[in-house]
Design a protein around this ligand. Sequence first.
Ligand code: SF4
Ligand code: SF4
Length: 344
Amino acid sequence: MNERTEPFSMPASFNLLWLQSAGCGGCTMSLLCSGAREPTAALEAVGVRILWHPSLSEESGEEATRILERCAAGELAVDALCVEGALLRGPRGSGGFHRHAGSGRPMMDWVKEIAQAARYTLAVGSCAAWGGVAAAGENVTDACGLQYEGDQPGGLLGANWKSRGGLPVINIAGCPCHPDWVTETLTALALGAFGGKDLDSFNRPRFFADHLVHHGCTRNEYYEFKASAHKPSDLGCLMENLGCKGTQAHADCNIRLWNGNGSCARGGAPCISCTEPGFEEPGHPFHETPKLAGIPIGLPTDMPKAWFVALAALSKSATPKRVRDNAVADHQVVVPAVKKTGLK
Ligand code: SF4
Ligand code: SF4
């Protein structure tokens, strides 16, 4: 973390309110898989107190509504408002497509009001950040993110909106987002160890967004030689044929791993760049690589096309038999040679 908003100290209490809007609930499911420690225990250890969460709290109906009213009125201090799911503005700007159960009030109105009172507002998942899956297709519900609509600033709160704590909406993107991205961001906020410089140009926490999914992928040797998989069970790189966008997608999935040992690419599924705005509508099937004259259109971030084409041709011609054969097998069929003269 680069900048502190206030002196590093254990807060007496850092109140968290979690609202669910138009999403699948997968980001909460992901949070529940946060590791050896229950997420609530991990958060409580740094002073985070959950005021209300629609899946984790007992209160519902009128009781839950009363909590929301007290938060909006400032009677209950909200340090972090976490919103999961896109905000539905339809029909015709009324927000009537999604009303909060218990109050009947449009969820977007609750979110707008409580965001003004909260110290920080966090978009949990790509729906809340950009609109995500909920905004795909014709978007008849007029879904948007909290402060973005796809890659365009704006969304529900407006491009220039800042929370009382001086930060824009913190976009913990991902579909779902990694549980640690949520708990680490909340922990850093609770400890006063998170500031504007900790956000990238899409306002995602840099501790995960300054990486690419490609970093740490176990298929990197295949990538180097452009030894490509042809089907999901193959060991080869998934970029050339199976749609992997790991060289462009900002996230640390292959360094941090999921559930301690997994990632999409490790499971044979291409990275679909779910942390990026607009990922839900790539314009091609997720498991296919769009190409022009046989060359993938989506080239790695930071790499000029001519260089990529030249290097790819060179690497393909230099591919060792071991890498070439293993790339199209579901297990290692040729093992690395053992040098008999000692390693130099
Ligand atoms: S970001 Fe993905 S996992 Fe999270 S609520 Fe939206 S659709 Fe579900
Ligand atoms: S499968 Fe994807 S993330 Fe893995 S090495 Fe290939 S391009 Fe990179």
